[in-house]
Design a binder for this molecule. Structure first.
Ligand SMILES: [Zn+2]
Length: 92
């Protein structure tokens, strides 16, 4: 399922330094978990600004493996626009 992100996250994603965007998936938390945020109440995106690299980034940076190359960047979260932060799908 294609997830819906907020305008704020879309605006951050549109920054010219951002070369790849990964919308995070989580193990759904609870039977009534919102499908957009998997029950987190927030949607999270990785905005990858650095890469591609042949080797994983060192230090405290988190590496992401995309099409045979390594990338790194920053994680941003915002209130889920579907459940408005409750984390529930409202159908239970
Ligand atoms: Zn949600």
């Amino acid at each position: 399922m294609m997830k819906t992100i907020t305008q704020q996250l879309k605006a951050l994603s549109a920054d010219g330094r951002v070369k790849n965007v990964i919308i995070c998936d989580f193990q759904p938390y609870g039977a009534d978990a919102c499908q957009n945020c998997d029950g987190m109440g927030k949607v999270y995106v990785w905005l990858l600004t650095d890469g591609p690299f042949d080797n994983p980034p060192g230090g405290k940076k988190v590496g992401h493996w995309i099409n045979g190359k390594w990338w790194t960047g920053n994680l941003f979260g915002d209130t889920c626009p579907v459940c408005k932060g409750s984390g529930k799908n409202g159908k239970v």
